[in-house]
Unconditional design. Structure first.
Length: 455
């Protein structure tokens, strides 16, 4: 009879990744069962915790226990770390040079039968199914890395701003007046009064420039866009910055360029394993990100494709993809600034170019075929702000706090906003922005899909 030697209860639980350095030692691990392979008196299973995955080998009585395990069972094991024979080394996982010889197995929580195969390298599911079972599919080793990349993107944005002496703040979600006007907002009943869910932290960024000069926020923004596309969501996490005492609107572009380069460098350094999972390479960035006025970009697109959108106030999705191809082919950059959008296309607070009337000192950063950022110089004259708001049908008196900031002195200022989901989507080459959102919100779902009869 196979005898199990008890390990001292004082043995602390280790992380899986630490097993690489503990060959010959007995350790305790806990996590989720990923795959089970039974061969009579020999059984194997893969165990996953927060640090990685490792193979557990079991013999005789322990092998019989392993054969009864199900995928996603939560277990605790004790065993000895063994170096694998060279011919059995798995180079595809970090712990592939070792395995754990099982001595004790404890099932903490049993998992229900899987609705689909979770054991493959890829998760071959249609997007609706991927999202319908989000609590489960997020555990897959192809899906979880997406949000480690997003973590790096958001964290490095913060660090980039802090290194430039920006102060972080938290912006309200319930607001009395939309920053950009328009109908694409969620209206809420706020104790019998009309209010809105914030589509931007813009007003609050600008107010706080009068306090801290340089501010940033990582914010949830919500837009009631009645569309189902691969690039839009109702709720996104934006990375917003605003700063005063600019000498020129070009200061805003330079700060945005510094920020995105900082983010991409951090992803390269801290998310190397996650990039490998997707065979992803970071966007090519020129020493100085190229810039084109919107009209110049539209001329280039017409010459390259024959598609004439020169009267349009913005780039179409096809135009964004085409100008990105141009930037890479002609400028060696996957990123390009498109500037000088028409006044009527930009929010009322955007500064008009005095040398190019009718066009704004604003820009979008297009990355690998899609907009990553929008920004520019803002108007700091309260009379002009009021006049522009009136022209747009915006009752600026509802945002009296906003006007206060300008009435009592505001320096020349500007800022920008990055979409974290779009950055992650394009870095990893995902086909739909919903894949880059942990729990995506759109017209069809809030966690679960709405039924056809549900209102």
């Amino acid at each position: 009879m196979f005898m199990v030697r008890q390990i001292s209860p004082q043995v602390a639980r280790s992380t899986i990744i630490s097993a690489i350095e503990q060959v010959g030692k007995e350790i305790k691990l806990a996590g989720w069962v990923e795959r089970v392979r039974s061969h009579g008196k020999i059984s194997f299973f893969d165990l996953r915790d927060r640090s990685g995955t490792i193979q557990i080998a079991a013999f005789d009585e322990e092998a019989a226990q392993v054969s009864s395990l199900s995928v996603q069972d939560v277990v605790e094991i004790e065993g000895e770390v063994k170096a694998r024979d060279e011919k059995y080394i798995n180079p595809e996982i970090e712990t592939g040079s070792v395995e754990i010889r099982l001595k004790k197995l404890k099932v903490i929580s049993k998992a229900a039968e899987m609705p689909f195969d979770m054991g493959g390298k890829d998760l071959d599911l249609e997007l609706p199914t991927l999202l319908d079972f989000r609590a489960l599919t997020l555990r897959h080793p192809k899906i979880a890395p997406i949000f480690k990349v997003q973590e790096v993107v958001i964290d490095s944005f913060r660090k980039a701003m802090q290194e430039k002496e920006f102060t972080e703040f938290q912006s309200p979600v319930i607001i009395p007046q939309t920053a950009e006007g328009g109908a694409e907002v969620f209206e809420v009943d706020y104790f019998g009064h009309k209010a809105f869910l914030a589509q931007s932290p813009q007003f609050y960024k600008q107010i706080l420039v009068g306090v801290y000069e340089r501010v940033f926020t990582v914010n949830k923004t919500l837009r009631a866009e009645p569309s189902i596309t691969t690039r839009h969501l109702a709720e996104v996490t934006t990375l917003d910055a605003e700063f005063g005492f600019i000498d020129s609107w070009l200061d805003v572009l330079l700060m945005a360029e510094y920020t995105i380069k900082y983010i991409l460098a951090a992803v390269a350094e801290k998310a190397e394993k996650e990039l490998e999972v997707y065979s992803a390479s970071l966007p090519k960035v020129a020493e100085s990100i190229p810039r084109l006025k919107l009209r110049e970009a539209q001329e280039i697109i017409m010459k390259r494709t024959g598609r004439d959108n020169r009267k349009e106030p913005d780039l179409t999705p096809e135009d964004e993809r085409e100008i990105s191809k141009y930037a890479l082919q002609e400028k060696g950059s996957d990123l390009i600034f498109i500037t000088h959008y028409p006044v009527e296309k930009r929010p009322f607070y955007t500064y008009e170019d005095p040398d190019d009337p009718g066009y704004t000192l604003s820009a979008d950063l297009i990355g690998k075929g899609i907009e990553w950022m929008t920004g520019g110089q803002r108007i700091n004259d309260p009379a002009l702000l009021t006049e522009n708001a009136k022209k747009r049908g915006i009752d600026i008196k509802k945002s009296d706090l906003y006007l206060q900031a300008f009435a009592y002195g505001m320096p020349p200022e500007g800022g920008f906003s990055f979409g974290s989901e779009r950055i992650v989507m394009q870095i990893l080459g995902l086909s739909n922005i919903r894949e880059a959102s942990l729990f995506p919100r759109d017209m069809e779902r809030v966690d679960t899909r709405f039924s056809k009869t549900e209102k």
